[in-house]
Unconditional design. Structure first.
Length: 146
């Protein structure tokens, strides 16, 4: 993301960037999902069945979101995690689109749409963060990844 001046894996300051600016910076698919609250097709994303060991970051701003040790195979077709990296990694917003009542998960730094959270995950949290691969960047641990 060298053309994105807002991307940083160390800066945790909140961003206030409008969609017009994001549209100039992000590729079309990332913009659609992150800023227009789109969803990638189930079983189509690069991380839905990925087993690498490392860290997942927001593809829009670089915010640290999830560690691979919280990822699990949920068979839903999207990468799923049972907890965020830290409490302020993500924010939550009620989502009533498509006649459903869900909780949307937003990046805690740039407020981009990441996916939704459900109460059908494994212990210890019982949560399932159902995320879109296209809005995630993965960095393998130095030990490497599968």
């Amino acid at each position: 993301m060298s053309d994105n001046p807002y991307y940083s894996r160390t800066d945790t300051a909140k961003l206030n960037v409008d969609d017009e600016e994001w549209k100039k910076i992000l590729d079309e698919e990332v913009f659609y999902i992150a800023r227009k609250k789109g969803t990638e097709r189930a079983f189509s994303g690069k991380y839905w069945d990925f087993e690498g060991i490392g860290t997942y970051y927001c593809a829009v701003c670089g915010n640290k979101l999830f560690k691979s040790d919280s990822k699990f195979g949920s068979s839903c077709g999207w990468p799923s995690f049972f907890e965020a990296d830290r409490p302020n990694s993500v924010n939550y917003e009620e989502d009533y689109t498509f006649g459903m009542s869900r909780t949307e998960v937003l990046c805690g730094r740039c407020e981009s749409h990441l996916g939704h959270i459900f109460d059908d995950g494994p212990p210890p949290t019982g949560k399932r963060f159902c995320m879109n691969s296209v809005v995630l960047d993965f960095e393998p641990d130095q030990e490497g990844s599968k």
